[in-house]
Write a protein that binds this ligand. Structure first.
Ligand SMILES: [Zn+2]
Length: 246
């Protein structure tokens, strides 16, 4: 028997209309959904940060890695130059999968330098073998002045980042017990968590890519009323923005 844990009327930044937000679970970050587009707080937070940082994003060149759900549908609908990718280990890198979609490994992107204005990843960087190589790759393919807008779970904001694996001769070796999260292209097995990100994420990102990185912590967001109205009340709700300096 489902019981409602949280519900309120507000405005959804993803489907851009007045809505009702409802959650049947206490873990609001993924469960406090818009009744119309089914977006989660994580997705609405990402779009709010996109709107705040690049208000003219509909005219920009956007690439998203491993998209899913409401944000993917919305960007596809409103951004004329939106492309996306998934990583299939058994397929040739750079190969077209379907219209607008290619096979890409974030650690070895098959895009030219300075290709995109905006690069989006949502809860992807906790699954990458070498995220520091991937941050550098995103730097390379962004145009000067471009931004990487991303989310990662930071469940313990008081802790430093911890790798859960090491790579030896190209093979993943567990350092900590294996944890898997949902994966849109491998629903059965999910995706191995390779890093537990912590409060040093901005420092680490900036150190490897050279891109100044800021974190927007919605828990501490100045206007709590606005936050509530936008359905952004959730524990562990962060969005990060890295900027390639022009
Ligand atoms: Zn919505």
């Amino acid at each position: 028997m489902y019981s409602i844990k949280k519900m309120r009327i507000g405005y959804c930044s993803v489907c851009q209309k007045r809505t009702i937000f409802v959650s049947f679970d206490n873990w609001l970050r993924e469960s406090y959904r818009c009744a119309f587009c089914h977006s989660s707080p994580r997705q609405r937070a990402l779009i709010k940060v996109l709107n705040d940082n690049v208000p003219e994003w509909k005219q920009k060149r956007i690439h998203e890695s491993s998209p899913s759900g409401a944000v993917h549908r919305m960007l596809k609908k409103y951004c004329a130059d939106y492309t996306y990718s998934f990583f299939y280990e058994d397929k040739e890198l750079g190969k077209t999968i379907s219209a607008g979609c290619t096979n890409q490994n974030l650690e070895d992107l098959k895009f030219e330098d300075n290709s995109f204005d905006i690069f989006i990843t949502q809860d992807v960087f906790e699954h990458i073998n070498n995220p520091f190589v991937a941050f550098k790759e995103i730097y390379r393919v962004l145009k000067p002045g471009g931004v990487h807008i991303f989310t990662v779970p930071i469940d313990s904001p008081l802790k430093r980042t911890v790798p859960r694996i090491s790579i030896e001769n190209g093979i993943r070796k567990p350092i900590l017990p294996e944890v898997y999260h949902g994966n849109p292209i491998d629903k059965e097995n999910g995706s191995l968590v390779t890093y537990d990100w912590g409060n040093d994420i901005c420092e680490l990102t900036e150190k490897c890519s050279g891109m100044p990185t800021s974190i927007i912590e919605f828990d501490k967001y100045a206007d709590r009323d606005e936050n509530a109205y936008l359905g952004l009340e959730a524990y562990s709700l962060y969005v990060l923005v890295s900027k390639k300096l022009s």
